[in-house]
Design a protein around this ligand. Structure first.
Ligand SMILES: [Zn+2]
Length: 154
């Protein structure tokens, strides 16, 4: 399942990454969600790109969470010069990674992170979501971290 959807480069990238143990679950998740083969192929390419980035950045599997995903989309994609073929369309990558996060959470790899809870838990105040987004942006821009009071949390 899913093997027929992966180009050799996509498969090699995924199998050489920290995500290799979850590729089959990811494919099953998309299959069970009844996504079209073309969509599954795109999402697998997006996740392979994310896996390549995690691997080259030497990030631990725990960094494959929502915060890491947002950092990838906001910081890496605009400046990406990874070897082709890679998917660089932010909305595709964001959608693909949201499925990855579901898989990693169901596998017990990821706990609900502050970033993830902010994006999916309506009980989180909007200001918290804004604060997390701002901190992510500051990290992207290489700016110093905010001091207390620089970024409003209320
Ligand atoms: Zn890239």
């Amino acid at each position: 399942m899913g093997n027929d959807l992966m180009a050799p480069m996509t498969r090699a990238t995924l199998m050489d990454s920290v995500l290799r143990s979850y590729v089959a679950q990811y494919c099953a998740h998309l299959h069970d969600g009844r996504y079209a083969a073309s969509t599954r192929r795109i999402y697998l390419c997006c996740v392979a790109h994310f896996a390549y980035w995690i691997t080259t950045e030497r990030l631990a599997l725990g960094k494959a969470d929502e915060v890491g995903g947002r950092q990838f989309v906001a910081c890496h994609l605009p400046h990406c010069n990874c070897p082709t073929p890679v998917r660089r369309v932010p909305h595709e990558v964001t959608a693909a990674l949201s499925h990855l996060h579901e898989v990693l959470k169901s596998a017990g790899v990821l706990a609900a992170s502050p970033g993830g809870a902010a994006s999916s838990d309506p009980s989180w105040p909007r200001s918290t979501v804004t604060w997390i987004s701002t901190v992510t942006w500051i990290r992207c821009a290489g700016l110093p971290p905010p001091r207390a009071g620089n970024v409003s949390r209320s």
